[in-house]
Write a protein of this length. Structure first.
Length: 127
């Protein structure tokens, strides 16, 4: 990405996500009771009501659902921010990296960009 990225810091609840990101892996939550997949910030299972969510490696495969083009206040390039549906089911939001002409249904792959300071940032690139 050409745009300077914000600094993101882990908060204790996100350690497993950022540990996986440092290895180039996407980790999301999975219910230990019914095996339903959930977004990283989920704290309880919406399928069975269980509270035992485990961090689990996801494929990183996704399809583009919708997006917006965000224009900076000052100089700099516009950036596409998107909602994607992971192959496992959950929807995530993240920046699109290197996707100049987004289209609904576009096949994407999760990746991480490492800013100079802070944790790796999730982006999606064309698969």
């Amino acid at each position: 990405m050409t745009k300077p990225q914000p600094t993101v810091r882990r908060d204790g609840r996100s350690d497993a996500f950022f540990d996986a990101a440092a290895r180039g892996e996407l980790a999301i939550r999975r219910c230990a009771d019914c095996a339903a997949w959930h977004a990283p910030e989920t704290t309880g299972c919406h399928v069975c009501g269980g509270a035992s969510l485990e961090w689990t490696a996801a494929s990183g495969d996704a399809v583009l659902i919708t997006w917006a083009k965000v224009h900076p206040r000052g100089d700099g390039p516009a950036q596409h921010i998107a909602f994607v549906e992971l192959a496992e089911g959950p929807w995530l939001h993240a920046a699109l990296d290197g996707v100049d002409s987004p289209a609904a249904g576009l096949a994407l792959k999760a990746a991480f960009v490492g800013p100079e300071d802070g944790e790796p940032l999730l982006v999606f690139r064309t698969a």
